[in-house]
Design a protein around this ligand. Structure first.
Ligand SMILES: Cc1ncc(C[n+]2csc(CCOP(=O)(O)OP(=O)(O)O)c2C)c(N)n1
Ligand SMILES: [Mg+2]
Length: 522
């Protein structure tokens, strides 16, 4: 993985380590057995997310993590000493890492190799190799200069640097022939290792057809059924419904790993009977990150990109702000993760304005590549989970991380015999008029109440539940016209192009209804 925002990769690495250990615990080292290597700079270690993730990795004693800290004392603004004076080695020692401060040896390959081998041999703790290095080395004017970070080298500086390195000054993209054999020998070595591993994996898969399907889907397991809720089940908050859904699917989806940042019960992430991930129980399903939401987001992305696990992370919707940097990377990179953000109604007031999500829904809907589903009741929650756990979508090259937002408000499931396969309206037969109301989530029942009052005052109003703008925008013109009038802005828009980055329907265009009954597609 590579990332742009500093610190994300650091925490992604911890997610890779968690997934590797979880799969090894479940399926033996024959199938999953590798180290995770991370190169991190000063900026990565300065960002708060790396502190959160390092603490978690130390706590979980992820012994297969090997991090190299490129300790060059330089960031964009200048020397790190401008703002940083902590002792990284002691800090990581306190987190429970094995720290190897090997000094100013960035060009001493034997010493580097010895340090990497020592780190690989450490199974009990994650390893940090602190490597003092010099940015821009050996450029005469730019070594140890922050200008070496981003400014292009002048032709003169480039020529002098090449001379010092013993490289031909006039050649560009030149590579010494002596390095070719070493470089090329990695190909047969890697090929042999890979085919050995593939043979072990085939043997493992052959013993069980479910494993074969799981392997193809990249997430361990197939997911089982989707629960259906009846009005007789009584009022149920969607955050409770999501827990019922997770419990219902877990048997068929052993790779499911829900977790939260210290709000597990509140957000419905408490899988029945699941123990917390720990050193003693590395195969446990429940992963908690203490109250470290930003790291949780990035760890989830690492787990998803590793494959084999499906991370589901819960917290209060207002605190999605704390995860936002990680959510954005997941959305842009198409990681298969599911966020369960509960307590999403602005009608939630007990904890005061700090806990009230006011602008979060608009902000999260504006994020490219994120599919937001805001279920209005338990059945819509079940559908949100069905969509969220699916690993691949046929009409998109990459899965988009769905982010159901679930409410704590208790709502009675709407009278529906079977789970909805399409966006349904309250009165499907009627065409919407100017007085129609589009609503999502816990505002749907509120609008129904409002419509009742309006009806008493002589104004007929139809309510449309629109759990996901993105999914609705992907439907055909006919279906959208069936749900809404042509006058509606949502109806007049065209679906966005089928690529990551599309979102809110905004581009107006004429809509047409086909002769055939329209079908929702997702
Ligand atoms: C979250 C975030 N903030 C700011 C930046 C812009 N940025 C890119 S590199 C960098 C400094 C990196 O310093 P360091 O990690 O020490 O790398 P070095 O210059 O030593 O290669 C900054 C601030 C970014 N990519 N991500
Ligand atoms: Mg640096």
């Amino acid at each position: 993985m590579t990332t742009g925002p500093l610190g994300q990769g650091f925490a992604n690495g911890v997610g890779l380590g968690i997934a590797e250990r979880w799969l090894r615990a479940h399926f033996s080292a024959d199938v999953c057995d590798h180290h995770t290597y991370v190169v991190a700079g000063d900026g990565c270690l300065e960002e708060g997310i790396s502190h959160e993730a390092a603490s978690l990795a130390g706590h979980l004693r992820l012994g297969r993590l090997v991090y190299v800290y490129d300790d060059n004392h330089i960031t964009i603004d200048g020397p790190t000493e401008l703002a940083l004076n902590d002792n990284v080695a002691e800090r990581f020692d306190a987190y429970g890492w094995s720290v190897d401060d090997i000094g100013d040896v960035a060009n001493d390959l034997d010493t580097l190799e010895a340090a990497l081998l020592r780190a690989r041999a450490e199974e009990e703790r994650p390893s940090l190799i602190v490597l003092r290095s010099h940015i821009g080395y050996p450029a005469p004017d730019l070594t140890d200069s922050s200008k070496a970070h981003g400014d292009p080298f002048s032709d003169e500086e480039t020529a002098k640097t090449k001379e010092l390195l013993g490289l031909p000054v006039d050649e560009t993209f030149w590579c010494p022939r002596t390095s070719w054999p070493c470089n090329r020998s990695t190909v047969p070595r890697g090929r042999a290792l890979r085919s050995e591993w593939a043979a072990r994996l085939d043997a493992w898969t052959a013993t069980c057809p479910v494993r074969g399907r799981a392997r193809r889907s990249r997430v361990t397991g197939m997911g089982g059924g989707t629960p259906r809720f009846a009005p007789s089940d009584g009022p149920m908050a969607t955050r409770k419904a999501i827990k019922v859904c997770l419990d219902a699917t877990h048997d068929g989806l052993p790779g499911l790993m829900p977790g939260s940042a210290d709000l597990t019960g509140n957000t419905g992430m408490a899988l029945a009977g699941a123990l917390a991930q720990s050193v003693e129980d590395p195969g446990a399903a429940w992963s908690t990150t203490a109250s470290a939401k930003h790291a949780m987001g990035a760890v989830m992305t690492g787990m998803a990109d590793h494959g084999g696990t499906l991370p589901v992370g819960g917290t209060f919707f207002v605190f999605s702000d704390y995860m936002r940097g990680a959510v954005r990377v997941a959305a842009l990179s198409g990681a298969h993760v599911v966020y369960s953000w509960t307590h999403d109604s602005i009608g939630l007031g007990q904890d005061g304005p700090t806990h009230q999500p006011v602008e979060q829904l608009a902000a999260i809907r504006a994020m490219p590549g994120l599919r937001v589903i805001r279920p209005a009741d338990a059945n819509e929650t079940a559908q949100a989970w069905r969509i969220g756990r699916r690993t691949r979508r046929p009409h998109r090259a990459r899965p988009v991380p769905p982010g159901p937002a679930c409410s704590r408000v208790h709502r009675r499931p709407r009278p529906r015999g079977r789970a909805p396969r399409r966006l349904r309206t309250r009165r499907p037969g009627r065409r919407a008029g100017p007085g129609d109301l589009l609503a999502t989530g816990s505002e749907v029942p509120l609008c129904v109440d409002a419509a009742r009052l309006l009806a008493e005052a002589g104004t007929r109003t139809r309510i449309v539940s629109l759990p996901s703008w993105e999914l609705f925008a992907e439907q055909g013109d006919g279906y959208r016209a069936e749900v809404l009038t042509r006058a509606s802005p949502c109806c007049r828009s065209r679906p966005p192009p089928p690529s990551v980055g599309s979102g809110t329907p905004t581009t107006p265009s004429a809509s047409t209804t086909s002769g055939r009954p329209p079908r929702a597609r997702w």
